[in-house]
Design a binder for this molecule. Structure first.
Ligand code: C2G
Length: 131
């Protein structure tokens, strides 16, 4: 049984998120998703997510191709998360290309192409501009 792990914030859930999770799941038999905590998101992006970590976890858990969800508190703990979850493959979008190669001694690392023309940041900008 091949176990896949992936990570992300998945704020203001959109079709790009569905696509990467669906493709990640199709590479194995069991998909585990590390959802960035609100504090980790603040440290990465300088703002808190629109949806809380509890809401984001609930949304991700409800997807039929996701088997397990946990909160990711630190980017530096990636290797620990991978080994604790017995993951065989780490999947990330190619906006992270090369940046998780340092875990390739504990699992295979695959970067998948991002879905073009959709992002949480852009959705927030569009909504803000609505009058
Ligand atoms: N994604 C995608 N296509 C988009 C937007 C996002 O394939 N149009 C993918 C990203 O490449 C990522 C996943 O969806 O693999 C989650 O994206 P984010 O929520 O932006 O995740 P991020 O904040 O980059 O967190 O430990 C790693 C981090 O937690 C990743």
């Amino acid at each position: 049984m091949k176990r896949i792990i992936t990570f992300g914030t998945f704020d203001v859930f959109h079709v790009g998120h569905v696509n990467i999770l669906e493709r990640a799941a199709s590479l194995g038999d069991y998909l585990i998703v590390g959802v960035s905590s609100d504090n980790l998101n603040f440290s990465k992006k300088g703002r808190y997510p629109i949806y809380s970590q509890g809401e984001r976890c609930k949304i991700i858990s409800s997807l039929r191709f996701v088997n397990e969800v946990f909160i990711e508190n630190s980017l530096e703990l990636k290797k620990e998360y991978i080994t604790q979850n017995n993951a065989d493959v780490l999947v990330m979008g190619d906006d992270w290309l090369g940046r998780f190669d340092w875990v390739s001694d504990v699992c295979e690392v695959i970067y998948l192409p991002r879905t073009p023309s959709v992002s949480t940041t852009e959705i927030i900008e569009v909504v803000k501009a609505l009058k």
